[in-house]
Design a protein around this ligand. Structure first.
Ligand code: HEM
Length: 317
């Protein structure tokens, strides 16, 4: 997982990390975004159709081991599960292919992203930071949303609270370029659907959630049996925009079943393992390439810089 050659991307990644810290405070050893989480283990079993999309190694084996980290939004490690800012929830998956060889998916529970690129995202974060309860209207964030319709659409998109982290759908948001063994190229976006179905709380139930309800519930659910998700890929058609995470594709697009994620237990030494693992938004595997979406390289840089710093912090628990 290298840093990008382009120094402007690295500088922007550092600026974003500083801005997260200003918004959420410094919490050494934790992530500056999606700080609260739990790391699970299990397996991924590809579908029969998966190799028709991509020649990637994990799609042609009987199954591969995985780690999966569920998370709440924000850089606040103790954010209560009832807090609306805990949405969207995150799901990051690592597929282990061999020693020191893996590929990841990083997804969240809202289909989309507020901004096309990191410069605009930084502007949005700065506007949020400058819009405290005592700031007069129109606040900077109101002005930003008023002039950026995709950000407004993201903010206004429904973000229901799940019954469990195992009953929500997670979206990869950025497109990837899948290539199969015959050289056929298809653009697609990940969608990770719970086998238990989407189950959401009413507003009243969500407000009454205990601070750690979702993170207490998941180990209990796993004790009763595996938690499964179906990983699908929404396939682009000619003319679909593949380099802009703010643009949706029609819901009529084919969803190709890629395989089943089966989560079986909580990873031992959870705080230490969460501190160590650094997920990578770029797959870095033959058969799946990043699209030209500007978020991808930037995020890869931000996650790496942040993860390196996290690893050098004292243990969190
Ligand atoms: C400019 C855009 C974005 C920036 C700057 C950004 C930044 C970050 C940072 C700094 C982290 C912490 C990484 C670490 O310390 O290991 C993070 C984690 C995360 N982000 Fe993003 N992010 C962006 C877009 C997205 C998008 C589009 C998604 C959804 C597809 C997403 C989902 C997540 C998730 C799920 C995590 C937690 C990963 C884990 O469990 O380690 N982010 N993000």
């Amino acid at each position: 997982m290298p840093l990008p050659q382009d120094e402007r991307i690295v500088a922007l990644a550092n600026d974003l990390l500083a801005q997260f810290e200003q918004l959420f405070g410094a919490h050494p050893g934790h992530r500056p975004a999606h700080a609260k989480g739990i790391l699970l283990k299990g397996t991924f079993t590809p579908s029969a159709e998966a190799p028709s999309l991509s020649s990637a190694a994990h799609l042609s084996r009987p199954s591969v081991p995985v780690f999966a980290r569920f998370s709440n939004s924000t850089g606040v490690p103790v954010i209560p599960d009832s807090d609306p800012n805990a949405n969207p929830r995150g799901l990051a998956i690592r597929f282990y292919l061999a020693e020191h060889s893996h590929t990841d998916i990083v997804a969240h529970s809202t289909d989309g992203f507020p901004t096309r690129d990191g410069y605009e995202f930084l502007e949005l974060l700065k506007a949020i930071a400058a819009s405290g309860p005592d700031t007069a209207s129109p606040k900077p964030v109101e002005l930003f949303l008023g002039s950026h319709p995709t950000a407004l659409a993201f903010v206004q998109a429904p973000k229901p609270f799940p019954v469990s982290l195992a009953t929500d759908t997670y979206f990869g948001v950025t497109a990837f370029e899948f290539t199969n063994a015959d050289g056929k190229v298809t653009f697609g976006r990940y969608r990770i659907v719970p086998e238990a179905g989407n189950q959401f709380l009413t507003g009243e139930q969500a407000a009454a959630l205990a601070p750690n309800a979702h993170y207490d519930e998941l180990p209990q659910r796993l004790a009763a049996g595996p938690v499964r998700f179906h990983i699908l890929v929404q396939l682009a058609e000619a003319g679909d925009v593949t380099d802009d995470a703010t643009q949706h594709w029609p819901e009529s697009r084919t969803l190709l079943p890629l395989g089943t994620l089966e989560l079986t237990g909580v990873v031992p030494d959870n705080p230490a393992e969460q501190q160590k693992i650094i997920f990578d938004p770029i797959p870095r595997i033959e058969g799946i390439a990043p699209s030209a979406d500007p978020l991808l390289e930037l995020r890869a840089a931000a996650y790496l810089l942040s993860g390196r710093k996290r690893r050098t912090a004292p243990p969190t628990a």
